[in-house]
Design a protein around this ligand. Sequence first.
Ligand SMILES: Cc1c2[nH]c(c1CCC(=O)O)Cc1[nH]c(c(CCC(=O)O)c1C)Cc1[nH]c(c(CCC(=O)O)c1C)Cc1[nH]c(c(C)c1CCC(=O)O)C2
Length: 342
Amino acid sequence: MQKPLLRVLNGETLAVPPVWMMRQAGRYLPEYREVRAKAGSFLELCYTPDLAAEVTLQPIRRFGFDAAILFSDILVVPDALGQAVRFEEGEGPRLNPIPDARGLRRLHERIDLDRLGPVFETIRRVKGELPGDVALLGFCGAPWTVATYMVAGRGTPDQAPARLWAYRDPDGFEELIDRLVDASCAYLGAQIEAGVDAVQIFDSWAGTLAPDEFRRWAMDPVARIVAYLREHHPQAGIIGFPRGAGTLYETYARHVGVDAIGLDWSVDWAWAGQVLQPVKPVQGNLDPLVLVAGGPALDAAVDGILAGLGKGPLIFNLGHGITPETPIAHVERMLARVRKAR
Ligand SMILES: Cc1c2[nH]c(c1CCC(=O)O)Cc1[nH]c(c(CCC(=O)O)c1C)Cc1[nH]c(c(CCC(=O)O)c1C)Cc1[nH]c(c(C)c1CCC(=O)O)C2
C-alpha cells in the first residue's frame, strides 16, 4: 500500500492525517544536540552522510512521524554555485553578498552537483533504513528565498536588498533567479534520483513581495521548476510553501502546479477548507509558538485544524519550523491528539 503522505499528495482524504514537522531534526532534541556537538560546523554536519542520516532518522525513531525530511539546508545551493556559506554560531548564515548583476560573475554557470554528493549519499542511507510507510522528503529553497540570502549575504528582517535590486534592475535580478531555477531543477532532480519520494520547495520570504512581484519572483520560478520535474521525474510529489502569501495563496494553489500547499499559521482554517482544499491538498499549519506553550491552547489549536481541514486532504504540520525551546512532551501531546482515532 502507498505511504499515507503520498496518498494525500494524490488527493486522498485520510481519516487520520499524516504528520511531520518542519525542522523536525533540530536543537529541541537532545540526541540532535549530541550529534551537532560532534560535527565541527553546521555545514559539516550537512555534508557528512553518516551524521546527516542519523539526525534525519532521529525524529522518526522518537515520534514515528509519517515523513522524514532530509537533513540539509537551503543554502547549500549558493554554496555549490560558488558563493561560500558559513553559519556563525548563534547568528545564522553569512555569505559574501551579491548586491547587483555584476556580482553574478562570481557564480559558476551551473550548480556543482559533485560538491553536493554527500547530500545524495545521505538520501541513499536514509532510504535504506526508513520504515516502509514513512515518506522521504527532499527539499530546496525557492529561488526568491535563496536569492534574498545571496543578495544580502545574511538573513534580513524585510529582505530589502533583494526587493530593491528587483525593482531597480528587474532584468539583472531575473538572471539571478534564472540561475537559481536551473540549479534547483538539477538539485531536486538529483535528490529524486537518489531516492526521495517527494520534495518541498520552501519560499519562506514569499510574504514580503508585493502582488505583481509575488507573481514574477515567487510563483513563476517555482512553476518552472515544477514543470521541469513533471517532465523528467513525474513520479515525485511536490509541496509548495509560499509562507506569508496571504490572499495570494489561492492564485498560487491554482497556477503553480504543486501537489499540495503548505500554509503558514496566519491562514484561517475555515477559509482554507472552503477555498484552497477544493483546489489542492493542504499542509499545516499549527503555530510553532502554541507548541511551545502547550496545555489547553495547544489542544484547541490542534482541534481547530482537524475540524477546519481534516475533512479534506490534509498533511498535519506546523505553520513554520519548530523552535529550539519546544518541550518534547508538547510534541508528544500534539501527536497523540492528531492520531487519537487511530
Ligand atoms: C530560510 C531557511 C534556511 N534553511 C531552511 C530554510 C527554509 C525554511 C525556514 O524558513 O525555516 C530549511 C531547512 N534548514 C534545515 C532543514 C532540515 C530539515 C528539517 O528538519 O526540516 C531545512 C528544511 C536545518 C537547519 N538549518 C539551520 C539549523 C540550525 C543550525 C544548528 O543546528 O546549529 C538547522 C537544524 C540553520 C539555518 N538555516 C537557515 C537559517 C536562516 C538558519 C539559522 C537560523 C537558525 O539557527 O534556526 C536558512
